[in-house]
Design a protein around this ligand. Structure first.
Ligand code: MIC
Ligand code: SF4
Length: 647
């Protein structure tokens, strides 16, 4: 692949931040990271890792810790974790966004995001920041910890995809429908190894929060990130947030080259839904029209902006939610909620019968509001993986706020374009700015005396060991294609409080697929997991690697991996192997004894890794593409050991 000439937006930001490697598609590059964010469900572990690295004060321009996921406090665990994170922030120079201030991605967009900067976050929807022209990437907690300590963040230089938007959305058709269309075209694995850039005259018709809806759900494409230009619309948004000085203009060069171009005419789009159980299982609302529904949830980091909420309030105003429907609404941030409270829109929602939830992830991560058995739930969220809602047989459809609100009133799937005249929502000239729920870092001189507060649920990082010369281990689990991190390490109200307790949370590892996996893996001592295509899609949770590590999983052998999960496995010292020939998947059964006789040497020398199935005598060629750095990480026993050895 040739060195890049005319530059795309992402390539320009990469060029300004590259500290290691060359900007050649497919090669590994290290980036300087300007900003980091964490949320509480991944944050406790990320800060334990940051402490283990031993850097006294963060070296980024801005690092922010949000409390937004584990806000249902049914025991001491979550509250203890919040207190731990708050005290770590005070000790190490990190901004702390208190519970109640809102969902990390929404608040970061409003208050901290800056065009042209790099951001990594321990949450897969960090690309929301692409809506404001940031190179914003989801990562494992340990990668965020390393970046906070001043280390580079490594990615494979992605391919560039241009999505050219022409025309203008028709009334009642929404930014959500754009990204659902892109998902229909590209699928949940179509973005792996790619950055998706939006361009064309249609871009200027979209406000920053609408752009952020699109970049947010780019995570569901498996893309490294998605990004919009930074233009006059961006400037207006920043000005309305009282931050015009953070604006810089950013666009691609006229001769920038893209590996793939997708064209979407906004004027032709219709309201869409992602049907159970995958974000790329798309149908038009017209096709679903009239189907009975039981629940509607509006909010999440995808669709909880001021604009979205105002639109919903306007649809609900003066009406009542249908008899058979429970409508829950969670405005995305304190800024949004407070503005709705002051301008009367919140009153319209309450009067219509909406159940108003706090500004947090809530039902999106199964923290309450699980639907009834077999219930049909319309959600403005970004993921509808099986069981994620907390109801195993729940039928989750992902839709726009307009479709959600219209359907909540009728009790059946309702195409919002049938609602009549559009309601125009003007972006406010000035948002309500009140950062009183963000605690700024204290002076360096006072930091030493801060005591970090740890609760009994906070357990250390699991034990690691350097890579052995050879591995002999049984296949402890065999799964199919598109396994999500929600399968590997389920979330929800019962399990999320265990995020800082790996021994306990590992008892739930893979139980969605096989309830005996944790005890089997533990009994085996060492084992290997076998899977299909796009293994590990979805969340960035490193717990999907740390729990297997704790249970003795030495390698994961699959047809293909999702990006963040593969990186998390390497960080945890688990070898990510892919079949050289996908059909060899059939040569391994649950319980087979596998041997990797020369694994260390093969990894060190960049060779294919031989796997011998001792149960049936087959020899299987596998591939483990690694750079010098990732080889060294695996040999050291994971990124934490590698970082300690190299600092
Ligand atoms: C999600 O949407 O699945 C989460 C919960 O936000 C995760 C992070 C986590 O598991 O804590 C994500 O998207 O990375
Ligand atoms: Fe929270 Fe849902 Fe967004 Fe994840 S996808 S950050 S759980 S709102």
């Amino acid at each position: 692949m040739a060195i890049i000439m005319g530059l795309t937006i992402a390539q320009k930001i990469i060029k300004n931040h590259i500290v290691d490697g060359q900007m050649i598609t497919g090669s590994d590059i290290g980036l300087r990271i300007d900003q980091t964010l964490t949320q509480d469900a991944t944050g406790t572990m990320a800060y334990l890792e940051f402490e283990a690295i031993g850097v006294p004060r963060v070296k980024t321009e801005k690092s922010v810790a949000y409390i937004d996921h584990n806000t249902l406090q049914t025991g001491f665990e979550n509250a203890d974790d919040h207190r731990f994170i708050q005290s770590v922030c005070k000790k190490h120079g990190i901004y702390f966004s208190r519970p109640g201030n809102g969902i990390c991605h929404q608040v970061h967009l409003e208050r901290f995001g800056k065009p042209g900067k790099t951001l990594i976050g321990s949450d897969s929807h960090t690309p929301t920041g692409g809506g404001i022209g940031m190179l914003a990437i989801g990562a494992g907690g340990l990668d965020v910890a390393v970046a906070m300590g001043g280390g580079a963040y490594y990615i494979t230089m992605p391919k560039m995809v241009k999505v050219e938007l022409t025309g203008k959305l028709r009334p009642w058709v929404s930014a959500k429908d754009i990204i659902l269309k892109v998902l229909e075209v590209m699928s949940v694995k179509g973005g792996v190894g790619k950055i998706v850039e939006y361009a064309g005259e249609g871009v200027k018709t979209l406000s920053v929060p609408e752009r952020a809806t699109i970049t947010n759900m780019g995570a569901e494409l498996g893309a490294t990130t998605s990004i919009f230009p930074s233009d006059e619309v961006t400037r207006e948004f920043l000005k309305a947030q009282g931050r015009e000085e953070d604006y810089t203009e950013l666009s691609s060069d006229a001769d920038a080259e893209y590996d793939e171009i997708i064209k979407i005419n906004l004027s032709e789009l219709k309201p869409l839904a992602a049907c159970p159980h995958s974000p790329d299982n798309i149908k038009t609302i017209e096709e679903l029209s009239g189907k009975e529904i039981n629940q509607v949830c509006i909010g999440s980091c995808t669709n909880s902006s001021y604009r979205d909420m105002m639109k919903v309030a306007a649809i609900l105003k003066g009406k009542t939610v249908a008899d058979g429907v429970s409508l829950a609404i969670a405005p995305g941030s304190k800024q949004v909620l407070n503005m709705l409270a002051l301008n009367g829109a919140l009153g319209d929602m309450i009067a219509a019968g909406a159940r108003i939830l706090e500004s947090a992830c809530g039902p999106c991560i199964g923290m309450g509001q699980s639907p009834n058995s077999g219930g049909v739930s319309l959600r403005t969220f970004n993921r509808n993986f099986e069981g994620r809602s907390g109801t195993a047989d729940g039928q989750i459809y992902l839709v726009s706020p307009e479709t959600a609100a219209a359907s909540a009133l009728t009790g059946v799937f309702t195409d919002p374009t049938t609602l009549g005249a559009d309601v125009e929502i003007e972006m406010p000239e000035k948002f309500l700015i009140n950062d009183n729920m963000v605690i700024a870092p204290i002076n360096e001189s006072e930091m030493d005396s801060v005591e970090v507060l740890r609760g009994p649920n906070i357990k250390p990082y699991p034990e690691t060991s350097p890579l052995a010369d050879s591995i002999e281990a049984s296949c402890s689990l065999k799964v199919g294609d598109n396994i999500t991190t929600d399968h590997i390490m389920p979330a929800g109200a019962k399990i999320l409080p265990l995020r800082s307790n790996i021994p306990k949370i590992s008892e739930h590892c893979f139980t969605v697929c096989d309830k005996d996996f944790p005890s089997r893996a533990k009994t085996l001592g060492s084992s290997i997991v076998v899977g299909g295509e796009n293994y590990g899609q979805g969340s960035s949770r490193e717990h999907a690697a740390l729990a297997p590590l704790y249970l003795g999983v030495k390698a994961v052998l699959v047809k293909s991996f999702a990006r963040i999960h593969r990186a998390n496995l390497i960080n945890a010292g688990i070898i990510p192997l892919t079949f050289k020939n996908a059909c060899d998947y059939d040569k391994i059964k649950l319980g087979d004894m596998l041997e990797l006789p020369n694994v260390k040497e093969e990894i060190a020398e960049g060779k294919n890794i031989t796997v011998i199935n001792k149960t049936n005598g087959e020899t299987i060629e596998t591939v483990c593409e690694l750079t010098d750095r990732t080889k060294a990480i695996l040999i050291a026993g994971g990124l934490l050991d590698y970082t300690k050895e190299n600092s």
